[in-house]
Design a protein around this ligand. Structure first.
Ligand code: XMP
Length: 319
């Protein structure tokens, strides 16, 4: 049995041995794995690490600032923040097909990451937060089994011509070990225990065409939902919860007037492996409070629905 402290010490020794005086770049997404990798590598080699954080405009409310606060301000990690919202939304305009959207978001991420990495001219290592289950999963994908239903853009890495050596210090660790060392390294509890968030972000939680107006509405609704789940103690019992923006309008009534506004769907699932999942039996009183808050506080939404579909046949995400 290894303690988090021992895993960290061992990893630091290995990272120093591998990297020496070289420079390392890492794509920081704000997710658990890349965050823990960044904190660990920074602990090992300090300023030899530069992180690139691409804000694609499809992040949750306040997420970009949180990433900068945690890493740049609190931990003193070098982070280059790239504000790329306009580029992403520009390229996504008019695109409705879910797989096409994933390809655009993944492709643009790689392009922007490359542009930024080229500026760090003397880097020769690329660090990634690959964990043991990713290694297993991509081995499975090569045999053509199971996991190719959606193209998970963040597994698979960067084009060969970048000629960087791969540094993957979490490659032998399971998720709970990654979380434990994350906390030991001083990352905030909430960041380390967050539900998974897909690489394409809100891009696959806005059904059909992605627009800034929709993303802004979804961010507000999602933030209320998640805040209420923390407050009521449900968050930690749920494997993944999020709001989905439906680009359809339905009729409502407010005062003496008629409204004609968008619908938000709420998803919450329980699962061990994310291959199958059941919908979470949220108590009515919690649903009522969440629905009231979203409808009262988010302009543009007059109806909230709760998703009671299990996987299969539904998927966890709506796209
Ligand atoms: P589904 O919707 O296929 O999701 O039941 C299973 C798990 O995978 C996540 N997911 C993704 N993660 N890029 C990612 O990094 C993606 O394109 C993607 N699509 C789905 C999803 O959030 C859930 O945890």
């Amino acid at each position: 049995e290894w303690t988090p402290g021992q895993i960290i010490e061992d990893a630091i020794r290995r990272i120093r041995g591998q990297v020496g005086d070289d420079k390392v770049i890492l794509g920081l997404s704000g997710g658990v794995d890349s965050s823990v990798a960044a904190a660990l590598i920074h602990r090992a080699i300090g300023d030899q690490l530069t992180c690139v954080f691409v804000d694609n405009g499809l992040l949750r409310l306040g997420e970009g600032d949180q990433v900068m606060a945690t890493f740049a301000e609190n931990l003193g990690v070098k982070v280059i923040r790239v504000d790329a919202e306009e580029r992403f939304l520009g390229k996504l305009a008019g695109v409705t097909d879910p797989e096409a959207k994933r390809k655009i978001i993944g492709g643009l991420f790689v392009d922007i990451f490359e542009e930024e990495s080229k500026k760090i001219t003397d880097a020769n290592w690329l660090a990634q937060g690959t964990i043991y289950p990713d290694v297993i999963e991509s081995a499975g994908a090569k045999t053509g089994k199971a996991h190719n239903i959606k193209s998970h853009h963040n597994v698979g890495g960067l084009p060969d011509y970048m000629k960087l050596k791969l540094l993957e210090p979490l490659r032998e660790l399971f998720k709970d070990e990654v979380r434990a060392i994350g906390e030991e390294l001083g990352l905030p509890h909430q960041m380390v225990w967050r539900h998974p968030f897909p690489g394409p972000g809100l891009g696959v939680r806005i059904l059909g065409e992605v627009k800034k107006e929709y993303a802004d509405i979804l961010r507000q609704a999602d933030a209320i939902y998640i805040e209420e789940l923390y407050r009521s103690g449900h968050y930690e019992k749920i494997s993944q919860a999020f709001a989905v923006f439906l680009p359809v309008k339905s009729v409502g009534v407010m005062g003496d007037g008629r409204t004609y506004e968008y619908v938000v769907a709420l998803r919450a699932v329980e699962t061990r492996d994310f291959m199958t999942a059941g919908w979470y039996p949220m108590p009515y009183e919690d649903l009522a409070r969440i629905s009231n808050r979203i409808i009262n506080e988010v302009k543009g939404v007059n109806r909230v629905a709760y998703d009671i579909s299990s996987k299969p046949p539904a998927t966890i995400e709506w796209e």
